[in-house]
Ligand binder design. Sequence first.
Ligand code: HEC
Ligand code: HEC
Ligand code: HEC
Ligand code: HEC
Ligand code: HEC
Ligand code: HEC
Ligand code: HEC
Ligand code: HEC
Ligand code: HEC
Length: 254
Amino acid sequence: MKQRYAFFILILTILTGSFGHAIDIKDVTFKTANFGKVIFSHNQHFRQEGIKNNCKTCHNAIFNLRGKTRYTMADMGKGKSCGACHNGKRAFDLNDCIQCHKVANVTIKVKETGPVTFSHKKHLSAYKCAVCHPKIYDMAAKKPATMAQMEKGKSCGACHNGKDAFKTEECIKCHPVKDVDFKLKDSGDVKFSHEFHTGMYKCGDCHVKLYLPSAKNKRMTMAEMEAAKSCGACHNEGKEAFTVKENCDRCHKM
Ligand code: HEC
Ligand code: HEC
Ligand code: HEC
Ligand code: HEC
Ligand code: HEC
Ligand code: HEC
Ligand code: HEC
Ligand code: HEC
Ligand code: HEC
């Protein structure tokens, strides 16, 4: 009962537009299928000249709280919803997508290699949203792409094909790697260089066959390496690389 009374007062206040002093109304969140969330801030709009606390500017002429109609960007282009003011005259233009649809760096989780970071900011200097959404990335029907699909022009491979942008062969531009330090108590630390090894091998030669792409792998003993585990898969009797049975100081920094 109490709630309904409060709501009645609120509607009445809106209709009469009679807020005397600064008020505080919580942000409204619009959800879209492909373009994330849009936050509408009442409080920021109350600070604008010509709006102030006058609810009637928007209610219910532009936004009817009873129906809560959903609009498309095309509707807005014709002066509905946000487009009533965001027309480049009264407020910034509708083409300024990211002022309303906030975008950030996207972290794409990849089990085999660790996360890939996609920077919207770096790509937006060259492309409009619609180049990628929903044509290349349909966020409503999101499916992970494999590298094989990318080589055939899907996902990042639509542009990272050696013509429009660097090729998918340049793995470490998207899958960053660093040196790995194995800290050892008595036998000298070991530094594993990704940069050196990825000059000869693909990520898939080691991940996830020999190592998960994390520091959470089981720790190995030299005896296990001599039985072809970890580094010993290649550093074996001089077949592929110098053996772990000797050459201690080539790996261990004493
Ligand atoms: C600049 C335009 C604008 C002004 C001015 C404005 N509103 Fe709103 N208001 C909106 C929009 C946009 C929505 C979301 C409508 C929707 O969901 O369809 C909204 C929604 C609301 C809601 C529903 C909130 C919810 O979470 O669903 C309330 C309550 C509300 N407004 C109260 C007020 C009051 C009180 C005032 C005056 C003090 C006011 N508004 C002034 C634009 C405005
Ligand atoms: C002034 C703020 C604002 C700007 C600028 C803006 N949008 Fe929107 N957009 C919204 C809001 C709010 C909604 C949700 C409307 C609703 O549900 O009633 C929306 C919905 C959408 C939708 C789903 C509805 C539809 O039209 O299919 C798409 C797609 C979209 N926006 C894309 C864009 C793109 C692309 C741009 C830039 C060219 C852009 N928006 C600029 C506020 C904005
Ligand atoms: C009654 C007019 C009006 C309506 C309707 C309106 N706006 Fe605005 N909005 C303004 C004005 C004026 C400004 C400040 C001038 C500018 O930034 O261009 C503004 C500023 C903004 C800003 C920038 C705020 C800041 O200071 O960072 C955002 C974001 C925004 N509006 C989103 C929306 C969205 C989303 C809608 C629709 C749900 C909407 N507006 C509807 C008038 C309006
Ligand atoms: C060069 C291509 C490209 C352009 C241009 C682009 N995006 Fe994206 N967007 C992506 C990729 C890639 C993802 C991540 C896809 C995934 O998670 O698999 C993404 C994800 C998103 C997401 C979901 C974010 C999340 O955290 O899940 C939103 C929202 C989004 N984009 C909005 C936009 C808007 C708005 C624009 C224009 C201002 C835009 N994008 C322009 C490529 C692009
Ligand atoms: C342009 C950026 C980019 C480049 C270059 C790139 N990748 Fe990827 N890779 C990704 C993204 C993004 C994903 C995740 C895609 C998804 O989830 O939709 C991924 C997924 C993967 C996967 C898991 C899916 C699969 O195909 O099994 C592996 C493994 C992988 N990458 C290895 C590599 C290797 C090896 C190279 C170099 C030959 C490489 N990547 C080059 C961006 C890139
Ligand atoms: C619509 C085309 C397009 C798509 C889709 C695209 N890129 Fe790009 N990307 C570019 C262009 C163009 C450049 C700049 C030219 C270059 O560096 O070769 C670039 C640059 C980059 C850079 C280097 C940025 C820097 O630091 O300077 C990275 C990393 C990158 N893209 C990752 C990705 C990933 C990951 C994906 C997929 C999730 C992706 N891109 C999808 C066009 C695209
Ligand atoms: C010659 C083998 C080898 C190749 C090739 C290789 N890695 Fe690794 N990677 C390792 C080893 C060894 C570790 C450390 C495992 C541990 O800490 O237990 C590691 C660890 C990682 C980690 C975790 C690093 C950390 O600090 O947590 C990531 C991420 C990773 N690799 C990604 C890649 C990617 C992407 C590629 C391809 C560009 C690649 N690796 C190629 C051997 C390899
Ligand atoms: C190809 C590089 C490499 C060579 C060669 C190598 N090691 Fe290691 N060693 C490692 C790495 C990496 C670890 C840590 C492995 C882990 O934590 O998973 C390790 C761990 C160890 C450990 C601690 C684990 C255990 O087995 O008790 C000792 C002791 C050790 N090495 C001694 C030696 C000696 C002695 C030699 C020479 C006969 C040698 N290592 C040659 C890379 C190497
Ligand atoms: C997939 C095979 C492979 C794996 C796994 C591998 N390596 Fe190597 N590594 C090589 C090859 C091949 C060379 C170059 C040939 C040589 O020097 O004998 C090399 C060279 C090296 C070198 C000399 C590089 C230089 O800077 O001169 C070091 C040190 C090294 N590996 C350490 C390690 C450590 C530590 C591990 C385990 C954590 C490891 N490697 C795992 C294949 C591998």
